[in-house]
Design a protein around this ligand. Structure first.
Ligand SMILES: C[S@@+](CC[C@H](N)C(=O)[O-])C[C@H]1O[C@@H](n2cnc3c(N)ncnc32)[C@H](O)[C@@H]1O
Length: 214
């Protein structure tokens, strides 16, 4: 087993995250007394970016993360264990998946679900503190704008902004490479980009950027 980052490992071609419990029917690997959950890069853009060789993304155990587009909490569940002494503020606006997110938060006390629109961060301003990382996976046309709004309000200077860009959410007809180039240009107006990964074939028409707030 090879450690890639804090709490994140690779073994025989599988991505594993340290932590006990099964939340999404994932495979559990036991080594001695330690338990690891298999992290599927086809279900999580962060896992896909790591498999594609992501660097510069150390996530310390005490990190506070604002996660935009949490859905039912698949990636959030792994971050909650990687940041075992930190906190995940998980924003999701679709009631059906938010219900599952709330159930997950009942099992993991460092997940705080926020059922609001990430486009309107003023609606959850009072629930938050400043954070070390803003992570976004909302699959919306104005993905970069949503990230910038939230980082301006909540991300510490020097903190990480991570975003999964879904080309088809921006324009179904345009070539993904052109959309990613435009997203890069927009991000560079606000951040210093420290890593970029295309996520094909694990996540179709997706790219992943890691940026630092200046
Ligand atoms: C691709 S899914 C996220 C998957 C999740 N990040 C994971 O890895 O498990 C995108 C989610 O973003 C949510 N979303 C889209 N726009 C949003 C917004 N403006 N505010 C909050 N959630 C939003 C959608 O409801 C959907 O659940």
């Amino acid at each position: 087993m090879r450690q890639l980052f804090n709490g994140i490992f690779e073994d025989s071609g599988k991505l594993l995250a340290a932590g006990s419990g099964r939340f999404f029917n994932e495979e559990i690997v036991r080594v001695g007394n330690a338990e690891y959950r298999e992290w599927d890069p086809r279900r999580s853009k962060l896992a896909a970016a790591i498999v594609k060789g992501l660097r510069n993304v150390e996530i310390p155990a005490d990190s506070k993360i604002l996660y935009l587009g949490a859905a039912h909490g698949y990636t959030v569940s792994f971050l909650s264990q990687i940041c075992s002494t930190g906190r995940i503020y998980a924003v999701e606006f679709a009631p059906r998946v938010a219900r599952e997110l709330v159930m997950l938060a009942g099992k993991r006390s460092n997940i705080l679900p926020i059922i609001e629109d990430a486009n309107q961060p003023n609606l959850y301003y009072h629930h938050l503190e400043s954070v070390d990382i803003v992570y976004e996976d909302v699959a919306q046309r104005n993905q970069v704008e949503i990230l910038v709004k939230n980082c301006n309000l909540f991300l510490k200077r020097g903190g990480l902004a991570m975003i999964a860009i879904k080309a088809r959410s921006v324009d179904v007809a345009e070539k993904p490479a052109k959309i990613f180039a435009e997203a890069k240009r927009q991000l560079e107006e606000h951040f210093r980009i420290v890593d970029y990964r295309g996520l094909e074939p694990l996540q179709k028409d997706h790219a992943f950027f890691v940026c630092v707030k200046r």
